[in-house]
Design a protein around this ligand. Structure first.
Ligand SMILES: NC(=O)C1=CN([C@@H]2O[C@H](COP(=O)(O)OP(=O)(O)OC[C@H]3O[C@@H](n4cnc5c(N)ncnc54)[C@H](OP(=O)(O)O)[C@@H]3O)[C@@H](O)[C@H]2O)[C@@H](O)CC1
Ligand SMILES: Nc1ncnc2c1ncn2[C@@H]1O[C@H](COP(=O)(O)OP(=O)(O)O)[C@@H](O)[C@H]1O
Ligand SMILES: [K+]
Length: 495
């Protein structure tokens, strides 16, 4: 699991170590130099003879970059050092010069940037309060133009974070120096995991510098082994009912395929049984999935709304109210979200809403919170937190990175592995899959009651599996994502 902590929490954890003389900057800069060497090696280059540009701001982030430049110069790299902020970390600068680095004047920076195969971004780290001001804003804009027009893209190694991102809120409010790899010191930061800032980070590597941050992370991203920990694996005592029954109120005469796709998601996600309560589309679903049982009956999780137009959602009130009354999890997707615009004031966290940004904007505005779709896309962490607080429910904001929050606990940010996933029906598969994971835990969730963080964790696990199943180098259909879910589960369990 990648755990991200806010800059104030990192700074507070760092303070006693620095006072005790623990050489954090030495460790951080060594880790950065190692990451640079590894990037060069991966492209068939050696450190010795490589041209490297250190971009150093006036704070400790610049210090890290300068000491890293010194290490690399000692290994034979040709290292240029640019300090465009007007001030510089003195110890780092002295070390760099001592190791043979060359200082680049401001008017030589573009030429030095073009000549270098690697840029080390130490302009600003967790001390940055965005948006970036001049002169750094102009420097970053110039470097981005340089990169866009250069025939050989440089490897950009960001120290702690790409300069310019909203480290704590994941926002992007001005120029950002896009990274190839971000070397996160000690822990990740929210902006490294959550969009839109995370889109500027490249690969995120967290390096151990002997600093741990206490408490729950603000944002987390599950990996395969975390998913394995929350999956319910059947044993010799299980049968179809104990594994979890998913009831689907999905699909309609207008959108019949959504019922097929949610059923595929639920079956592929390991439901013990899938029941379908959508008579209009039952024969179509049975043709693809004869395993599905039609009609009402007991279920440990309910999925409603995928492929159900607003004109037809009233029939879903019954299954929704029943799930809420019995405290069983319910996934409220697509058309069924419109039911929540009126009433349903205080939902439990076992109600999991799966809007895309447009649907979330509508839901929030019905609840008196005037956020537009673009406000939500610009600040998804804030939007899901707000929606979870206002509704009481667990929110899955679907997109290139799924951003998930319950009324308490961390926000989860689960990235797609391939953007070919953005295809019609992929969300239906997700809803069914999530139904299966919730059904597996349904009895426990029903007993645990309100405010319980597990639904968000299960939704994050569903996002990981969905991303894995949708991983593709070319176009993929939603039905194929459903078919690949069993392999994704097997992969998580293999570790
Ligand atoms: N945590 C750890 O474990 C360790 C942390 N370490 C490192 O310390 C870093 C944090 O260092 P930090 O606190 O000195 O701040 P930093 O990121 O260099 O930024 C401050 C500079 O940015 C500037 N600046 C600010 N806002 C700006 C704006 N809008 N536009 C333009 N400029 C702006 C600000 O200028 P000022 O506002 O003061 O004029 C100042 O010059 C951290 O990310 C990591 O790399 C490691 O060395 C050791 C272990
Ligand atoms: N840019 C993107 N890259 C990868 N996945 C995406 C992107 N945008 C959306 N997705 C995913 O595609 C799915 C789309 O769901 P949704 O909008 O509900 O579509 P539908 O209703 O057609 O199924 C979601 O699982 C979402 O996470
Ligand atoms: K940086």
């Amino acid at each position: 699991m990648l755990r991200a902590y806010r800059s104030s929490e990192v700074a507070a954890a760092e303070r006693p170590l620095i006072e005790a003389g623990v050489p954090l900057m030495e460790r951080a800069s060594f880790a950065v130099s190692t990451a640079v060497a590894r990037e060069l090696k991966a492209r068939g280059h050696r450190v010795a003879g490589s041209r490297i540009l250190v971009l150093a701001g006036g704070g400790n982030n610049g210090g890290d970059a300068l000491y890293a430049g010194a290490y690399l110069a000692r290994r034979g790299a040709i290292v240029d050092v640019a300090c465009p902020a007007g001030n510089v970390h003195e110890g780092g600068y002295a070390a760099a010069i001592d190791a043979g680095c060359r200082t680049v004047a401001d008017d030589e920076l573009a030429t030095a940037a073009r000549a270098a195969g690697v840029w080390i971004d130490g302009l600003a780290g967790i001390g940055l309060r965005p948006p970036l001001r001049d002169p750094l804003a102009s420097v970053v804009a110039m470097l981005e133009t340089e990169r866009a027009t250069s025939p050989d893209e440089p490897i950009v190694v960001a120290v702690d974070c790409p300069t310019g991102i909203g480290v704590d809120d994941g926002g992007v409010s001005g120029p950002v120096l896009r990274a190839t790899v971000t070397v996160a010191l000690a822990v990740a930061k929210p902006g490294l995991l959550a969009p839109p800032a995370s889109r500027f980070c490249g690969r995120v590597e967290v390096v151990d510098i002997g600093l741990s941050v206490p408490g729950l992370p603000a944002v987390a991203a599950l990996g395969g082994s975390d998913v394995a920990d929350v999956l319910r694996v059947p044993d010799a005592t299980d049968h179809k009912y104990t594994r979890g029954v998913v009831l689907l109120g999905t699909g309609s005469a207008e959108y019949p395929g959504a019922a097929v796709l949610t059923a595929g998601g639920a079956l592929g996600g390991g439901a013990g049984m899938v029941r379908l309560d959508s008579p209009d589309v039952a024969s179509l679903v049975l043709r693809t999935y004869p395993e599905v049982v039609t009609g009402m009956g007991r279920a440990q999780a309910t999925v409603i709304g995928s492929g159900v137009p607003a004109t037809d959602v009233d029939r879903l009130r019954g299954p929704l109210d029943r799930a809420l009354a019995e405290n069983y999890p319910v996934v409220v997707d697509a058309g069924a979200l419109s039911l929540l615009k009126d009433g349903y004031e205080d939902l439990p966290s076992t109600a999991v809403l799966t809007p895309h940004a447009g649907e979330l904007a509508e839901l929030l505005s019905a609840r008196g919170e005037g956020l537009t779709r673009s406000d939500i896309e610009a600040a998804p962490i804030r939007a899901v937190r707000l929606a979870a607080t206002v509704t009481g429910a667990t929110i899955v904001l679907k997109g290139g990175t799924d951003v998930i929050a319950g009324p308490d606990g961390p926000v989860y940010a689960q990235p797609a592995r391939s953007h070919w996933r953005a295809t019609a029906g992929a969300g239906d598969v997700y809803a069914g899959l999530l139904g299966a994971l919730l059904a597996g835990a349904g009895e426990d969730l029903a007993r645990a009651g309100r405010g319980y963080g597990q639904p968000a964790l299960l939704a994050a696990a569903a996002s990981w599996l969905h991303a894995e199943a949708a991983h593709s180098d070319g176009p993929i259909r939603a039905g194929q994502i459903a078919e690949r879910l069993p392999a994704a589960i097997a992969q998580a369990l293999r570790g």
